[in-house]
Design a protein around this ligand. Structure first.
Ligand code: IPM
Ligand code: MN
Length: 357
């Protein structure tokens, strides 16, 4: 039987309980055609506090070459800071840049039984993917801002190569989604009317679009896109954008589908990838049975897709839809999961077990 080696970064705050729930759900689908072998990787804010580094060079190398994929919980603790005042335990810069994971795939999907903050939207009405450039843009300045206590400057970096590869990934994704009935459109989101760096992004997008004549294109300035994602979210399929814009607009998207707690993401390079929810570690919720593991569980499903087990990824998504539609899993208006991570995992595992009997 085929074995996939999976790194687990359990993370900080609510991270460990979310990852526990996701591993339980993975256990209910894996095991027939393939095995998942887990290797624990110590990384995040608590790791930084204990060891002085958020992720050691050896662990980074392990994630790059020693595993088939990584499932990561949220990391970060507000009081664990670097001397420059920024948070010390965040792994975004370390893993995304360190492993060259240039595409951050962020599906925004309104699930059954979840109330949208937008009036009159039901499951199926909102189903798009934000492809966030993940290694450059404004966040290329992470840890590199220059200045003093009166003035600081952060530089936004857009490269031709970086934009080519993330745009290609977005068009490939739209082509893939087109096969299952989506519109097959990629929207380029930028502020090219103001920033030269974003104008380069748009030019390169146009160039890539020529290689995908079967895929429709749309151009939106980022401010107009924020409005459009609220007013006409049903019209979007795939959107591609610079790093900082993708960070902001994916949280906006999350708010329209029941909150960022239900939103998963995949950080993808040419071969290496890790999967995580888009939200943070919410230390104040940890251990109280309040955390919502849906984003983490959907991240695990994305990981199965990535490993080539689309059928099992889809089984997890279907079980979640069924559980939400029937009330076996309930999400409150505030985005909490009733009964916490363990209750959600139990409900999904029993649904998946019933199905495979
Ligand atoms: C995200 C997060 C991270 C980011 C933070 C925690 C560094 O907000 O994954 O969206 O800025 O990318
Ligand atoms: Mn974010």
């Amino acid at each position: 039987m085929r074995t996939h080696r999976i790194a687990l970064i359990r993370g900080d705050g609510i991270g460990p309980e979310l990852v526990e729930a996701a591993v339980a759900v993975l256990g209910a689908v894996a095991g027939q055609d393939y095995r998942l072998d887990y290797v624990e990787v110590d990384a995040g804010a608590d790791t930084y506090r204990r060891t002085g580094t958020a992720c050691s060079a050896e662990n980074l190398e392990l994630l790059r070459t020693g595993v088939d994929a990584t499932l990561k919980g949220p990391v970060g603790l507000p009081d664990v800071r670097l001397p420059d005042g920024t948070e010390a335990g965040l792994l975004g810069g370390v893993l995304r840049v360190g492993l060259d994971l240039f595409a951050n795939i962020r599906p925004v999907t309104l699930l059954p039984g979840v109330t949208s903050a937008l009036a009159g939207r039901a499951a199926g009405d909102i189903d798009y993917v934000i492809v966030r450039e993940n290694t450059e843009g404004l966040y290329a300045s992470r840890g590199k801002g220059v200045g003093n206590r009166w003035a600081v400057s952060d530089t936004l970096m857009t490269t031709r190569e970086g934009t080519l590869r993330v745009c290609r990934r977005a068009f490939e994704l739209a082509r893939e989604r087109g096969k299952s009935g989506k519109s097959g459109t990629v929207t380029c989101v930028d502020k090219s009317n103001v920033l030269r760096s974003h104008a380069l992004f748009r030019d390169v997008f146009r160039e890539v679009a020529q290689d995908y004549p079967d895929i429709g294109t749309e151009f939106l300035y980022a401010d107009a896109a924020a409005q459009a994602l609220v007013l006409r979210p049903h019209e979007f399929d795939v959107l591609v954008m610079e790093n900082f814009l993708g960070d902001v607009l994916s949280d906006l998207g999350g708010a329209t589908v029941g909150g960022i707690s239900v939103c998963p993401s995949g950080n993808l390079g040419e071969r290496v990838a890790y999967f995580e929810p888009i939200h943070g570690s919410a230390p104040d919720l940890a251990g109280r049975g309040l955390a919502n593991p849906v984003g983490q569980i959907l991240a695990a499903a994305l990981m199965l897709d990535h490993l080539g087990h689309h059928r099992d990824g889809a089984r997890i998504r279907r079980a979640l839809d069924t559980a939400l539609a029937s009330g076996r899993v309930r999400i409150t208006a505030e985005g909490a999961a009733v009964g916490g991570p363990a209750a959600v995992a139990d409900a999904l595992v029993s649904l998946l077990d019933e199905e495979s009997r």
